[in-house]
Each structure stands twice: as C-alpha cells, then as structure tokens.
Design a protein around this ligand. Structure first.
Ligand SMILES: Cc1ncc(COP(=O)(O)O)c(C=O)c1O
Length: 378
C-alpha cells in the first residue's frame, strides 16, 4: 500500500520513561520521575472529589457539547463560549488544527527546539515543517520567524506555532516581541498564529504576555491551554482552544463528539475553582526551580532560567551517558538530543525529597563521567 513520505518518515513523540518500566529494567523499588513536567503534588483534590462523585455516571456517554465545562471556563477566563472549545489534551487540538488548516504540501512554521508535538502532527497531516533558529539565549526568534514567513510565500505556511513559555527550553518571548511580530503577521487571513501557553500559570517574568490579550486584538490568533500541568490532570487529558468563532465552529465539526470524557469534564470544572491547589503548585514549582538553580550553580553546570515547571541544563557531557547513570540510581530525567541538545537534560520540578535525590544522584554521576574532552585523570 502507498504511504506518503511524511508519514513514513514521521518520528513519533517520545514521552518520558515510565516509573514501572524503570523499576523493572533496573531492578529498583524506588524511582523518582522528573521527566514529563507533571505536577508533583498530584491532582487538584477538588477535581478528585468531583471525579469520584461522577463515577456512578460512567455508563452515560459524555456531554458532546461540553456545556457545563464551557460555561465554567468561559466565565473564569472571560472568553465568550463561541470562542472556546476543548480537546483530548492540547495535543489533540494541535493535531486537529494541522488536519483542518494544512493540505498536503502546505507548511507550518515554528522554531528549532519547539515542543515536538507540532512537528509530529504536521507530518501526520502530510505537511512540511519549517523552523527558524533559536536566538543565542535560547529563545524563539520572532523577527526571524516573521522574516521567514514573508520570504517564503511559496511554502504556503498556514499555521505558526509559538510555545510561550517553550518546552524544553523554558524560555519565553516578551509582550513587546509578540506585539511587533503580530504587527507584521497579525490579522492576516492566510495564516493562524497559535500561542501554546501550557505553562503560563508558572510564569514569573513580568514581561511575559498572556496571549488572551493578543487574541482579543488580532483576528488570526489562537491560544492553547492545558489542564495537565498546574491542575495536575495530565492523565485525564483536557486541553482548551481559544480561537476566533469561525475556527471554533470548524474545530467542533471535526473533533470527535466524545473527545472529553465524563470524568474529565467535571474534573476541570472543579479544578478551576481549586485556588489553594493552584497556589500550592506554583509555590512548590518556584521553590524547586530556585533550589535547582542554586545546586546547578554549585555543580558548575550551565542552565537556562525557566518560566515553566522544569529546567534545561548542560551536563557538559554526553547527556545519554549521564541519563543512563541516573536511571541506575532511580532518577528519570529527560534527554533532549531530539531537540538538538546532545549534552543537556531537562529536569522537572518534583517534591523537595525528589529534587534533593535528583541533585544528589547527579553529583555522584558527574564524578563518574568526565567532562567531554577531558579524561578521568584531568
Ligand atoms: C508546550 C506544550 N504544549 C502542550 C503540551 C501538551 O499538553 P497536553 O497534556 O494538554 O496534551 C505540553 C506537554 O508537555 C507542552 O510542553
């Protein structure tokens, strides 16, 4: 059977290594996973309560209109219901946007080292992926992206994906940078600019924008949010799409009617009201990041300051060797060679004891593996 070359060459998204697999492979009873930017506090307790109460309704199909979910999110975020919809995680939304807006031969534009799902979804839609380089300080280079867009009309770029903050770098683009980008690319009717704000609730930088402001002012702006991170609901899969009414209408036609299950719908409604859990999740993240910065500095490992719930750092060694040695000690981090960083690892913030265990294991491993270009005697 004939299969398109984009699908044949598709490199699947590689999720973090599961705890159970690591336990089996290395014969370990205790393993800490700081590899998938999950919430170390678990899930919002209010969401868990709502899920438990909803269990007796599981024989019913979910509400395909997401009616109550839509009401709640719309009122909390101040976004009209006609400009809001939901997906089975934001990765489903990314996938559907590619399917809806890109025909084979069209292209998406993003950056080198941007979240990998954009590329996977584009290729699955037989769409080309164009990328600009990161700036020297590991940020998405918006001026370069605008320039690329205007210099390549023949490539038919239909979607521009900007993760803000970005994963795995943790870097962000500022309000002013986004404003001047949108003064060029905004309000066009041949391209949608998609801001993926999966980590927005962890941001501490004052000049990092909330893309809802741009959505209200530019008619080709879409925003993705997820309930996987600060709300601790990664396993139940809900993401949100904020987009112009005509985008939402077509999205709702294409998505599966039951893409957000019963439990997920009530969980999100409850989690949005769980201010205590949201605040606690921010505190644990910020404290953990500051601890990582302090310890990585002591270990003399360069790192990139992060606006997410993870930090990308340079091991100064072959990161796969470091990763293997950490796995043997029961610590799962995320190698990022696939993003063009062969010496870096991404470390998610965990609980205090997990963070300490990860740093202690890293300290040992660094002694074992010489810095690249040096022998052990150096
Ligand atoms: C930038 C970014 N966008 C989207 C997602 C996916 O989120 P979801 O769990 O909603 O599919 C992630 C997950 O790690 C992410 O890092």
């Amino acid at each position: 059977m004939k299969i398109s070359k984009e699908i044949l060459n598709l490199v699947p998204y590689k999720p973090g290594k599961p705890i159970s697999e690591t336990q089996r492979e290395y014969g370990l009873s205790q393993v800490f996973k700081l590899a998938s930017n999950e919430n170390p506090l678990g899930s919002s307790p209010m969401a868990l309560k709502a899920i438990t109460a909803q269990l007796k309704e599981l024989h019913y199909y979910p509400d395909p209109t997401h009616y109550e979910l839509l009401e709640k999110v719309s009122s909390v975020w101040g976004i009209p219901k006609s400009q809001l919809s939901f997906g089975n995680g934001s990765d489903e939304i990314i996938d559907l946007l590619c399917r809806i807006y890109c025909e084979p031969g069209d292209a998406i534009l993003t950056s080198e080292a941007a979240f990998a799902a954009y590329e996977v979804s584009a290729h699955a839609s037989r769409t080309q992926v164009k990328k600009t380089l990161l700036t020297n300080d590991y940020k998405m280079d918006l001026p370069a992206m605008a320039k690329y867009f205007f210099e390549h009309p023949e490539e038919k770029i239909r979607l521009i994906f900007i993760a803000n903050p970005n994963n795995p770098t943790g870097t962000y683009v500022s309000k002013d940078e986004v404003e001047s980008f949108l003064q060029q690319v905004g309000n066009r009717d041949d391209v949608l600019v998609v801001f993926d704000e999966a980590y927005t609730e962890f941001v501490r930088a004052k000049d990092c924008p909330n893309a809802f402001d741009f959505f209200r002012r530019y008619k080709n702006v879409c925003v993705l949010r997820t309930f996987s991170k600060i709300f601790g609901l990664a396993g139940i899969r809900v993401g949100a799409l904020v987009a112009p009414t005509e985008v939402i209408e077509i999205f709702n036609r294409v998505r599966k009617p039951f893409n957000v299950n019963n439990l997920a719908q009530v969980a999100v409604i409850a989690a949005l009201q769980d201010h205590e859990f949201i605040a606690a999740s921010q505190q644990v993240t910020w404290k953990g990041l500051d601890y990582f910065y302090q310890e990585l500095t002591k270990l003399q490992l360069p790192f990139i300051e992060s606006q997410g719930n993870f930090v990308l750092f340079d091991t100064l060694r072959d990161a796969l060797k470091v990763d293997q040695a950490l796995l043997r000690r029961g610590i799962i981090l995320r190698p990022v060679k696939n993003y063009g960083f062969p010496r870096h690892l991404r470390m998610s913030v965990g609980l205090e004891n997990e963070n300490k265990a990860a740093i202690a294991a890293l300290r040992e491993v660094l002694k074992e593996i010489p810095i690249d270009g040096k022998s052990n005697n150096n």
